[in-house]
Ligand binder design. Structure first.
Ligand SMILES: Cc1cc2nc3c(=O)[nH]c(=O)nc-3n(C[C@H](O)[C@H](O)[C@H](O)COP(=O)(O)OP(=O)(O)OC[C@H]3O[C@@H](n4cnc5c(N)ncnc54)[C@H](O)[C@@H]3O)c2cc1C
Length: 372
């Protein structure tokens, strides 16, 4: 059996590792020209669900790379008001030396690419497919094509594969924008950062729709390109951020970071100092999108995983973990001769539960009403 995976994101790479380990003929096609293209580095929380999926699909050498390049586990999740008064706090035991509890997306993807040199092609943008009696013919934007027995759309929230398979399926904009940024963890920054911000994920909010999330990325083994940082993410509606989408998605990184600086101008001095120390050229905006209902589909040869089938807000910290769960489940289906319909049913059931949780969390966290 020949499997073609569109998208070398978190789910696509995990699936490729699982299939390769089982001896399946697999190829991954990624539209980006290289793994470093675009802003790939931000913190992703890995839950026990994600960890279990990684353990199931990764060969030992790849798993060791993932562990080595993961971040050091924290021991706290906390919420604050804008003046740093604690609103909630949850401590937990520090995980062991082999635990993977959070990763930097760039370092994680690089680790997941270990051993995939002959399998992974960059600069291959999926364009369309045609199902034939013998398989699937796939066309790329560069005019080339490929054939496979099974095509997997692992091409993220804007999935073009889903666009072909389920043209009616709707992905909803929840009206929240984020400006992502990094504060390099220099000695000076470590000394001004509230201790909780260095212990785990923290969210500060002014109670009027502006929030800033902080998450430490302290590597066991940093990538060559950069070192430890504190992820800092501003969230709010266009109105709260004072910028339309046309402005937000065309302005310079310096102007984006100015919005973050302005938004916390009356906040606690420690938060202001951290934002002042931000790495301006690392700022980027994103739109939070979700599906409301995970769709079903009926093809025997074309399937989906991860954000391509169940995009969700980051409010449950579960998008990547669910993509990993899907990858492990699909590896099992494709290597045991199971039919794809039972994989699809499980993805719908599991994905819907997580999407619903993420919608509830988003309404509380971002103070928005989502049209369910
Ligand atoms: C800033 C941020 C923070 C997040 N934090 C967390 C977190 O803490 N925990 C968590 O679980 N999740 C988190 N998420 C969500 C998580 O990153 C996604 O849910 C996860 O990456 C989905 O994996 P995926 O493999 O489905 O898609 P992706 O990782 O998005 O990969 C899709 C890949 O497909 C490629 N592609 C797209 N179109 C094409 C095409 N036409 N042809 C070929 N290739 C294509 C893309 O370039 C990309 O490489 C976060 C997301 C963001 C944006």
């Amino acid at each position: 059996m020949k499997v073609a995976i569109m998208g070398a994101g978190i789910g696509g790479l995990a699936l490729a590792q699982g299939l390769l380990k089982a001896g399946v003929d697999v190829k991954v096609f990624e539209r980006d020209p290289s793994p470093r293209h675009r802003n790939q580095g931000y913190r992703i929380h890995i839950s026990p669900v994600g960890e279990e999926a990684l353990a199931a699909v990764l060969p030992d050498a790849v798993r060791r790379r993932v562990i080595a390049t993961a971040t050091r586990p924290g021991d706290l999740v906390a919420g604050f008001d804008a003046q740093l008064n604690v609103q909630f706090e949850q401590e937990f035991p520090v995980a062991g030396p082999d635990a993977v509890t959070s990763v930097d997306r760039y370092a994680f993807r690089r680790a997941l690419m270990t051993g995939l040199d002959d399998v992974l092609e960059f600069g291959k943008q999926f364009e369309s497919y045609v199902e034939t009696p013998d398989g699937v013919e796939i066309s790329f934007a560069d005019g080339t094509s490929a054939v496979a027995d099974v095509l997997v759309g692992a091409d993220g929230v804007g999935s073009r594969v889903r666009g072909h398979l389920l043209p009616e399926h709707e992905v909803v904009d929840i009206g929240v924008r984020c400006i992502y940024g990094k504060v390099p963890l220099t000695k000076a920054v470590r000394s001004i950062a509230p201790p909780a911000f260095l212990r785990g994920f923290c969210f500060a909010s002014d109670g009027a729709g502006t929030g800033v999330a902080f998450g430490p990325v302290v590597f066991r083994e940093p990538p060559t390109e950069y070192g430890d940082y504190l992820m800092a993410v501003l969230t709010g509606t266009n109105e709260v951020l004072g910028a339309s989408d046309d402005e937000l998605f065309t302005m310079s990184r310096a102007d984006l970071w100015d919005i973050v600086t302005r938004s916390v101008a009356s906040w606690h001095p420690a938060i202001r100092s951290l934002i002042d120390a931000g790495q301006v050229d690392a700022a980027f905006p994103i739109t939070l999108r979700t599906c409301i209902e995970v769709p079903s589909w009926s093809s025997e040869r074309v399937t989906l995983l991860g954000d391509a089938v169940h995009p969700m807000t980051p409010a449950a910290g579960a998008g990547a973990n669910t993509a990993l769960w899907d990858a492990a489940r699909l590896t099992k289906a494709l290597t045991s001769g199971e039919d794809l319909a039972s994989y699809q049913q499980d993805v719908i059931t599991n994905g819907q539960a997580v999407v619903t949780e993420s919608l509830h969390n988003a309404e509380r966290l971002f103070r928005v009403s989502i049209p369910v």
